[in-house]
Design a protein. Structure first.
Length: 175
């Protein structure tokens, strides 16, 4: 185990060639050091050049999640869909688990189309043709909302940018 640890330490040395000394004591135990010891043999360690991860290619459009259809550009009649409330990075205090979500769609929602809202990736029920909803059981922590306009066949016609918000709760320990 000690030899393995020493070997790992040796491999973590700076990026240039390094001199290391190896010797075996009277008990047969091998030792490694960057300091010379009587009877030690010199070992030259050449560090590998390293690895640079390739930069991710900028995607023109995000890939659709599994089981969901992509938004066809020509099919969409909607210019925009956005989550108005809660605002991006908004901090909500002591909300008793209830969050009022308000969305804006332009032009307004067409007959036969409806909104679908996702809270932390889980679809939420919305009243028909509604752009506002009161969500229940949203407790402390960081949450993400995303909205989609769907047609009768459940095809996605437009989608919002994700909105992240934080729910905080006053604590007895830190009032």
């Amino acid at each position: 185990m000690r030899n393995l640890l020493l070997l790992v330490l040796l491999l973590a040395l700076p990026a240039s060639a390094t001199d290391v000394y190896r010797w075996v004591d009277s008990a047969g135990q091998a030792h490694y050091s960057d300091q010379w010891q009587p009877g030690a043999e010199k070992i030259r360690i050449q560090e590998s050049p390293g690895f640079a991860a390739p930069k991710p290619a900028a995607a023109a459009t995000a890939a659709p999640a599994a089981g969901r259809q992509p938004v066809p550009a020509a099919k969409s009649r909607y210019e925009s869909l956005e989550i108005v409330s809660p605002a991006q990075q908004e901090v909500l205090w002591n909300i008793a688990g209830q969050v009022r979500v308000s969305m804006r769609v332009s032009p307004e929602l067409q007959p036969g189309n409806h909104l679908r809202l996702y809270l932390d990736g889980v679809a939420q029920d919305l009243p028909e043709a509604s752009t506002e909803v009161q969500l229940q059981d949203v407790y402390r922590g960081v949450h993400t909302l995303k909205a989609e306009v769907m047609d009768r066949n459940q095809a996605v016609l437009a989608e919002s940018e994700p909105t992240t918000f934080v729910v905080r709760q006053t604590s007895i320990a830190k009032p």
